[in-house]
Design a protein around this ligand. Structure first.
Ligand code: HEC
Length: 167
């Protein structure tokens, strides 16, 4: 064992010794209620999200588009990891307005108008990211922008659910 490793071990052992016996990792993390968004704090059996009425075929189209988002995110993540900017841009484009399925709102109430606008925003955000990436070729900026759009994915999932319309 080299001198340095020995010194390191002694240091690690002495650091452990100063920790109180009841010290656990959980105590270093904020309580889960501070991590989760407010809507996720209800019982796991409750679904308090607002329902968006959709016909069965609309539901299929919407969920198909959602899965394309997930695939697009997978592609862009892999492309950025191997520094392939062109593939990353192509992946982001698949989530832009090309992937927009404009649902006709059955009941244009406040919730469904908001839902519709949010869906539209996400598509145009991805188009904007592709344009920026084309101009600046900056993978870090691209990742940061994708992170920001993904807040809209999670916000929408926390707020809305699809609900079969009666007819
Ligand atoms: C305008 C609202 C909205 C936005 C924005 C949104 N989603 Fe969704 N997504 C939904 C709703 C509603 C469902 C269905 C959830 C339910 O009814 O329980 C869903 C379902 C999904 C599903 C499940 C698909 C299936 O086959 O069941 C995936 C995956 C998904 N979304 C990914 C994403 C990703 C990734 C993004 C962002 C790039 C995103 N969504 C943005 C509203 C949205």
């Amino acid at each position: 064992m080299t001198k340095h490793i020995k010194q390191g071990l002694v240091l690690a052992a002495s650091l452990l010794a100063v920790l109180p016996a009841h010290f656990t990792l959980a105590q270093t993390l904020p309580p889960v209620t501070q991590i989760l968004p407010p809507t996720a704090q209800t019982s796991p059996d409750d679904d308090n999200r607002r329902g968006i009425s959709t016909r069965p075929n609309e539901r299929v189209r919407i969920l198909t588009n959602m899965r394309k988002y997930l695939v697009g995110l997978q592609w862009v993540t892999e492309a950025l990891a191997r520094d392939d900017m062109q593939a990353a841009i192509a992946a982001v484009r698949t989530m832009g307005a090309v992937n927009l399925y404009d649902i006709k709102l059955m009941f244009p109430n406040k919730a469904s108008v908001e839902f519709h606008n949010l869906a539209f925003e996400v598509h145009s955000d991805f188009d904007a990211i592709a344009r920026d990436a084309e101009a600046k070729k900056d993978p870090k900026l691209m990742l940061a922008q994708i992170g920001t759009v993904m807040k809209k994915c999670t916000h929408c999932h926390e707020t809305y659910r699809l609900q079969d319309s009666a007819h």
